[in-house]
Design a protein around this ligand. Sequence first.
Ligand code: AVI
Length: 345
Amino acid sequence: MKPASPLDVRLFDDVPLLDIPFSPQVHIEALEDPDANAASLLAGLLQPQARICPKHLYDAQGCALYGAICTLDEYYPTRTEAAIFARHRRDIAARLPRNCQWVDLGCGDGAKAFDWLEHVAATRYVGVDIAEDWLRDTLERGAKRFPDVEFVGIVTDFTRPLSLSHVRDSAHDYTPVLFYPGSSIGNFEPDEALALLKAMRQHLGRDGRLLIGVDAPKAVATLEAAYDDALGVTAAFNRNALRAVNRTLGASFEPATFAHRAVFDPERSRIEMHLVALHAQTVRLGVAQRRFEAGETIVTEHSYKYTPERFAELLSQAGFGQIDRFTDERGWFNVFLAAPAGALE
Ligand code: AVI
């Protein structure tokens, strides 16, 4: 594979850096089929317990609202994980392979990963995200900031089987470090999370590593406040899914007629986000329609919270051996650095 912009930049020493067109490479891998996407969205809404797959929370407006959530007083995961990263960065970086390719899963604006690129000897950055426009911006910004690193992007959807052929198909033998921060793994059902971890393991070869952030169970009031903040940002984020559904299906949801509800289920160790119909109504869903009685709910997201023991068990079931854990003083959040089983023995 041809290296991206950094080599091109060095060919033109006398041209100011910013005038040079950067050309990070973007590969479209397994983007979904819009018809199948609409069909599964409709099927979810027609189930007795109506559901909207959480990916519909992340349109442009939803991504902006999620960015705002991450800054809220109540939403502790982002800050807590950032503090763990900052405190243990050197130690973690020293355990990572040299000349690695840093694979940023669900990269968004790349900010979390770019903090690492300063400290690890990465030769290549692979941003993976569903939002192609954002991905291009992220790669271009990264390529300007780290001119010695090759920048590649993969547009793909995590609800499909993980296929990152461009991580393997490189002219160079870069060892992958898969970076999956933010406890996004918690938004998958446990069997799906295991399947995703197994797929990640497949991409690591013998020397690759997984660096993953995972939220932990804690006092119910703390958890529920994190998902139902005083400013109502999470409520807006949740209701915004209905606008996304209106666009995708040609539906007639009125977001203001649904309330946001976030409750912790201690048995399943998960936050459940619902939209609750404030009054009885019939909603057009493109070619179909559905009646919602007052108080009936639509499930929009689960966010599983894993004890360190439970998540370590999941990692070992997925084929990881050496598992190092880093946490904060309160044990609210855990970062795991995991090596494939057998790699360090
Ligand atoms: C993206 N994900 C890890 C967030 C979470 O905490 O489960 C999504 C979120 N939903 C409401 N607030 C944040």
